[in-house]
Design a protein around this ligand. Structure first.
Ligand SMILES: *Cc1c(COP(=O)(O)O)cnc(C)c1O
Length: 476
């Protein structure tokens, strides 16, 4: 049907039938909306709605049913609801990546959530030493716990691990040299590139060795009067295999001690427990680095640690004191909500035997495969029902990833659903993936090989009813 035919169709309404802004504002259905949302947003939305109707009238597609008082009020209300929806919203993470940077990384355990709520709604001793009645250090709130857990002499916390590395270089190596292996000059997603951070911190990067092999003598030859730091960086998000060599931390420490040059380690994820205890792949721990003699170790709060976004630095008291005096530190400091969450999370590590139930990240990483399989099978029929004949849902073994650069080559056996569109029956996985993202609580899966993959690892059973209720209303 052409535009003119539609225009001429007897059921099309005309622009002249569209009410004015004032008339619509006086319509009975609008009264409640005006009270609830206030006049300004309602007027703006009414104008936008009427403009859309006028465009439809010109195109000949405006139906008289759209112009009843009830229909107009409903359209205005829908627009207001959409506009009032928070932009930051909870989603279902069915991507298979547990620590997904785009989805906010670690989920906080209940203990941390309660601590944050408390710190948000009452005054706290953020910088008040309660025993001395004097001004205190905000870092000191978690320093004791961090030292106890890592074996370090001193510790501090900044906004994230990138900030920790920046502070470490700025505080200890400004206008001096930092020696790093070429195999460790990494870029971590987004824009964290070690050479760039070095430059911004005012430190001069001295690259040694080659991409695949670096030896102790490479570091030794680079040492000189201007050397401020020997640095090791955990190559979080990639692995080199084959003909490779790197220098163990303990050997680098011996070299550093001999020349009175401190050794710093950027551990990235940095776990506080040996993950092999739960049959997970092994990731270097902060304790190991401290025990091997690292002078400073930096790591993230919201990766394997399972806490809030933060950057932690543990190490020698004299060096931490120097970092505390750096002017950058004030710009990189954390707020009380972070400290509240961090303290609660660190406290859980005092009882490692309960960690796998209490620390959300570890609970998700250690979910038994049998449970994941049952859950996927339980979700299969309801999903197939709501998707209809255009799609085929099967339950399939999958591989989850830890994410955030931890253990890049290691995969965790998992289970989930694969959705494929059936040729000729009107299904489209691309459209389905978009429809899932537009649900009230968006569902995030993974499109690959012409299928949509939904890994159930991060869907805890308490959340299942909410997902199912949404699926029932899904119209792909
Ligand atoms: C993740 C990571 C960083 C950056 O940490 P953020 O907490 O995301 O700022 C730095 N270095 C390494 C080795 C990392 O893995």
């Amino acid at each position: 049907m052409s535009v003119s035919e539609r225009f001429a169709a007897p059921q099309a309404a005309q622009a002249a039938d569209i009410p004015s802004v004032d008339r619509l504002l006086r319509a009975p259905g609008l009264e409640g909306l005006l009270l609830r949302h206030g006049r300004t947003p309602v007027v703006a939305v009414v104008r936008a709605q009427l403009a859309q109707l006028r465009r439809a009238a010109l195109a000949g597609t405006l139906e008289p049913a759209q112009l009843t008082d009830a229909a107009l009020a409903a359209a205005v209300e829908a627009r207001l609801t959409r506009a009032a929806r928070p932009r930051l919203t909870a989603v279902f993470n069915l991507s298979g990546t547990v620590l997904h940077t785009n989805l906010g990384r670690a989920l906080l355990p209940d203990e941390a959530v309660h601590a944050v709520v408390r710190a948000m709604s009452s005054p706290v001793n953020l910088e008040l030493d309660l025993s001395a009645g004097r001004r205190g250090e905000r870092d000191s709130l978690i320093e004791g716990l961090l030292c106890e857990l890592t074996g370090a002499e001193a510790a501090m916390v900044v906004n994230n691990n990138a900030a920790a590395v920046l502070l470490l270089l700025s505080g200890l190596a400004q206008r001096r040299e930092v020696v790093v292996s070429r195999g460790e000059l990494i870029e971590i997603g987004g824009s964290f590139r070690l050479p760039d951070i070095m430059r911004r911190a005012g430190a001069r990067l001295i690259e040694v060795g080659t991409t695949n092999r670096t030896h102790l003598c490479d570091y030794a030859q680079a040492l000189g009067a201007r050397t401020a730091l020997l640095m090791k960086v955990h190559t979080s998000n990639y692995a080199i295999s084959g003909f490779t060599a790197s220098v163990p931390l303990a050997e680098l420490v011996r070299l550093g001690r001999g020349h009175d040059v401190p050794v710093a380690v950027d551990l990235g994820s940095g776990s506080l427990v040996d993950l092999r205890r739960w049959q997970l792949p092994s990731e270097p721990t902060v304790q190991e680095a401290i025990a091997a003699g690292a002078d400073l170790v930096s790591f993230s709060g919201d990766k394997l640690l399972g806490g809030p976004q933060a950057g932690l630095i543990a190490g020698r008291a004299e060096l931490i004191a120097r970092l505390r005096r750096d002017p950058l530190r004030r710009a990189l400091r954390v707020g009380k909500l972070t400290l509240a969450a961090l303290e609660a999370v660190l406290a859980l590590y005092r009882a490692p035997e309960h960690l796998a139930e209490r620390l959300t990240t570890l609970r998700l990483l250690t979910r038994p495969l049998g449970e994941l399989r049952l859950q996927a099978q339980r979700l299969k029929a309801p999903l197939q029902r709501s998707l209809g004949a255009g799609y085929e849902v099967t339950d399939v073994p999958l591989s989850s990833q830890i994410g955030s650069g931890a253990l890049p080559v290691e995969q965790l056996p998992s289970h989930g659903l694969a959705v494929r569109a059936l040729r000729g029956r009107g299904g489209s996985v691309v459209r389905l993936e978009a429809a899932l993202r537009e649900l009230p609580r968006p569902v995030i899966g993974r499109l690959a090989e012409r299928a949509l993959w939904l890994d159930v690892r991060c869907l805890e059973s308490a959340e299942e009813p909410e997902l199912l209720a949404q699926l029932a209303a899904l119209r792909p």
